[in-house]
Design a protein around this ligand. Structure first.
Ligand code: HEM
Length: 454
């Protein structure tokens, strides 16, 4: 029996305009407040559009896992992302997505991960060799360049050191436009003669041109397998499916997808980890002691990952308090259906915000406290299943999760072994800016101090 009862939520008021304005002005505060007031599933109405915030573990599970065929990525959002990523696994659905996901997955096998770890380690060494013994750094820039150079080398063996800042700016501009354009009721085509559209076309040409050149050069080189992701995508055969391979266009789309999805999120996670460690010197000291004990006088490598247990918990906790993907891609109900027993009309939007769930006292004790010990084996059972999901859940769960955790752990360990970090004297209060990934508004200045060799 279906019920027509809507989930609790605020009155829509005049066409829901006020609600929509509050949402777009401060989405973090708005979604948090709605869930605090109305509970794990909140109904919102924007004019004729029904929308829900699915914040409770049961609702999250119903949308992302049990109902992944009913709740699909919303078409307008998917089309906007497609302009950047093409038909990569982030924008596709159904059989085509499944085939591509199987092929891409092969690039994350254990032997490939060991090679990616080696790249991370070398790039981190190069970064800290440039750092002063004592001085202030813009840590978001440092982490963005490091993760961008690392992902470029692991995905397609290109040294982006000289161009990383410029390419990061282009991709950042594309993400900024994505958020602005999705939030605007008026959709103008990309050819429209506006400065913002011209800049967007330029950024798209720079990104796609770079990827196309990399694929062409590799094809022409005759030595396709170099141990990177591109080698794998060019040679992978879908043995479980149609026995076919990817076309060059499909390879370009998947490489663009992995490149764009892979570095900004990881850089955001690292920046917030440094912020939290700078705010919690006791935990930073314990994590430094772990890094120095496990690594002795060298940099972190693949084999160290399992032993760096406290640093891994620090990262898990940092991804709880500051989940880079603070809001998942918008979902849409493809049929009239239900969530937690409440009616959900066809074409309703579903917002899933790890930021809200991770910071709610409904699911986490003392939720705003930075407490890596939540993730010890003795306490992890206190976290309700599906309440912690920085990498999403279900079939579309992040394909780069293991790589991201590996990369972050090795970077944090190597940096901690060499440097102490505090907030710079000129760093004011830190505000969160909800972009495609959350980041400290205006950047984050840290003071670094090289440890005296002892
Ligand atoms: C800390 C770092 C990262 C975070 C927090 C993160 C988070 C996420 C989340 C939440 C999703 C699910 C989105 C949704 O269902 O709407 C996702 C999907 C995805 N991520 Fe990540 N990610 C990270 C790093 C990476 C890396 C390093 C890569 C690749 C090298 C990557 C590639 C992808 C791809 C391709 C998808 C789409 C998967 C699919 O739909 O099948 N991510 N990520």
């Amino acid at each position: 029996m279906t019920t027509q009862l809507h989930a609790p939520g605020p009155p829509a008021g005049l066409l829901g305009l006020k609600l929509a304005r509050r949402f777009s002005r401060d989405p973090l505060a708005f979604t948090t407040e709605m869930v605090r007031e109305y509970g794990p599933l909140v109904h919102l109405q924007f004019g004729p559009q029904h929308a829900f915030i699915a914040a409770g573990p049961d609702a999250i599970h119903e949308v992302l896992v049990a109902g992944s065929r009913t709740f699909r990525k919303e078409p307008r959002t998917r089309n906007a992302v497609r302009k950047i990523d093409g038909e990569g696994i982030i924008t596709t659905e159904g059989d085509f997505w499944l085939r591509q996901r199987r092929l891409v997955q092969k690039g994350f096998s254990a032997d490939r991960m060991a090679r990616y770890a080696e790249v991370t380690s070398r790039r981190t060494d190069q970064m800290i060799a440039r750092w002063p013994d004592s001085g202030d750094l813009e840590i978001c820039d440092e982490m963005t360049c490091l993760t961008l150079e690392t992902i470029a080398e692991t995905m397609f063996e290109v040294d982006m050191a000289a161009d990383s800042r410029e390419l990061a700016e282009q991709v950042e501009y594309l993400s900024e436009r994505l958020v602005v354009e999705l939030g605007s009721p008026l959709q103008l085509p990309d050819w429209f003669p506006l400065p913002s559209k011209r800049k967007k076309r330029h950024a798209l040409r720079a990104l796609h041109g770079m990827i196309r050149r990399v694929v062409e050069i590799r094809r022409q080189s005759g030595s396709i397998d170099r141990g990177d992701m591109l080698s794998m995508l060019l040679t992978a055969v879908d043995t479980e499916g149609d026995g076919g391979q990817m076309t060059d266009q499909q390879v370009c789309d998947e490489i663009t997808t992995l490149f764009v999805a892979g570095y900004d999120t990881t850089a955001s996670g690292l920046a917030w980890t440094w912020y939290l460690l700078a705010q919690n010197p006791e935990i930073a000291e314990q994590a430094t002691a772990e890094a120095q004990y496990v690594l002795s006088s060298r940099s972190a490598c693949y084999e160290d990952f399992e032993q760096l247990t406290l640093i891994r918990r620090v990262i898990q906790e940092s991804l709880r308090l500051y989940p880079p993907a603070w809001l998942l891609m918008l979902r849409e109900a493809t049929i009239d259906t239900q969530l937690m027993g409440y009616h959900v009309p066809r074409k309703s939007w579903i917002y899933l915000a790890p930021w809200v769930t991770h910071r709610s006292a409904r699911w986490f004790a003392d939720p705003l406290k930075f407490d890596p010990e939540r993730f010890t084996s003795g306490r992890i059972a206190e976290i309700p299943q599906h309440a912690y999901y920085p990498f999403g859940l279900g079939p579309h769960r992040c394909i780069g999760e293991r790589l991201a955790l590996l990369e972050m752990t090795l970077i944090v360990a190597t940096v901690l072994r060499n440097f102490g970090m505090t907030l710079s004297a000129d760093q004011g209060p830190v505000e969160v800016e909800p972009h495609t990934a959350i980041r400290p508004r205006g950047g984050l200045r840290l003071h670094v101090e090289r440890h005296v060799a002892g």
